[in-house]
Design a protein around this ligand. Structure first.
Ligand SMILES: [Zn+2]
Length: 399
């Protein structure tokens, strides 16, 4: 028994030591090239890897998508390498968190993958993943969806991390950097800066600033460039016993002249078109990442939950107002800076939540400010002041 185990260990050691290039077993894959060719009937996608990729293909409907799950992969691809064409209208790739990455191919019409194969390069440069897609009928696609036995492993890992309960009297604030990983968010008009990096840089600054306040413990829902689904963000905040949830964004608009910060709270009815459109785009995040949209858990007709929700909503509105007044005269605000809409990330029934649009990456002046560390520091300071005012108010109101 023991000797069998030892033999196994020795064998494992041998395999690890003799791995080509003596790379660490957990070094990410590198996707260093890609090609796509074909038409509306058949399309071939080829991705070059430095090492042999373990991959898993599955389908998601509405819209029809092909998902390729990979171990952690750095994508050293030029955008034009995988520009959507043929059967596909959009192709995205990036980190999913928990050591995994993903390619999401959105199809114009229902498709099936007829070939999914890894081949060693003749020149010994690595391996290429070849995917052949073929147009199929709606019926065939529905059957493919039914037949696949996919047990969404990506969502499971993130939220079961062990969390220390907050210390007594500690005021916990979840700071949520919008987007991440495969979901880049908006792209800056001039700088081509991705929203996911702008939000992460700002969220980091905000956490550091908030943590200087007595009795406050702020933390990030994501600390690096990884994907988190919208419900996961909410769940992480609740697991930490958060007293507040602040989601940070910097989106784009078609109207490039619109600029300034906006503070959003949740509501069933949007305050206006801009808010409604923005919430719709933000709520697409999970779809972009190829998640199957599970229907929301049935609303429990419980008077207590309803009361909690209403109370939470009142606190969210108080915080939003406090943020707006601390920004006034200090930084640019959009007209009617407190708006509301049905953001899925603001859905915690018991954590007062706001979504902060710092400004718009579609506006030249805003874009300059959003990437300016001095401006970020100033805004983080104003937000810390707003939280202080909010806490003062909620204590005075006995909340
Ligand atoms: Zn956003």
């Amino acid at each position: 028994m023991l000797s069998a185990m030892m033999r196994h260990c020795l064998l494992l050691l041998f395999v690890l030591c003799s791995a080509p290039g003596a790379q660490a077993a957990d070094a990410p894959l590198l996707a260093y090239g890609a090609r796509i060719a074909g038409d509306d009937a058949r399309t071939r996608v080829v991705i070059d890897f430095d090492k042999k990729p373990v991959f898993f293909v599955h389908y998601v409907a509405n819209p029809a998508r092909v998902i390729v799950d990979l171990p952690e992969t750095s994508f050293g691809l030029k955008p034009e390498d995988l520009a959507a064409r043929g059967l596909f209208s959009e192709i995205r790739y990036g980190a999913m968190g928990a050591g995994s990455s993903r390619v999401v191919l959105t199809a114009k019409k229902p498709v099936a993958i007829t070939v999914a194969d890894v081949k060693a390069d003749e020149g010994g440069r690595g391996f290429r993943l070849v995917l052949d897609a073929e147009r199929v009928t709606e019926e065939r696609f529905s059957r493919l969806i039914e037949e696949q036995k996919w047990t969404g492993t990506v969502t499971a890992t993130k939220t079961d991390r062990v969390v220390e309960p907050p210390a007594a009297g500690e005021f916990v604030i979840a700071v949520d950097a919008g987007h991440g990983g495969i979901d880049t968010g908006a792209i800056g008009t001039d700088t081509k800066m991705e929203e996911k990096s702008v939000t992460l840089a700002f969220a980091g600054e905000l956490v550091a600033t908030l943590n200087k306040e007595a009795g406050v413990k702020a933390f990030l829902t994501r600390e690096k460039d990884e994907f988190l689904s919208l419900p996961e963000r909410v769940q992480i905040a609740r697991q930490h016993g958060a007293n507040l949830f602040i989601s940070v964004h910097a989106d784009t608009l078609k109207q490039h002249d619109i600029r300034g910060a906006t503070v959003y709270t949740i509501s069933d009815k949007a305050s206006d078109h801009l808010a409604a459109n923005l919430a719709e785009r933000e709520n697409l995040s999970d779809e972009i990442a190829g998640m199957t949209l599970t229907s929301e858990p049935a609303e429990v007709a419980d008077i207590l939950i309803d009361l909690t929700r209403r109370e939470t909503q009142a606190f969210s509105v108080n915080l939003a107002r406090s943020v707006v007044s601390s920004f006034e005269g200090q930084i640019n605000l959009i007209n009617n800076p407190h708006r509301h809409a049905g953001f899925r990330v603001l859905q915690a029934p018991d954590v007062p939540s706001i979504l902060l649009e710092l400004g718009f990456l579609s506006n030249k002046q805003d874009e300059k400010l959003l990437v300016d560390p001095v401006w970020r520091k100033k805004v983080a300071g104003l937000l810390a002041g707003a939280v202080r005012a909010y806490r003062g108010g909620s204590v005075a109101n006995g909340g």
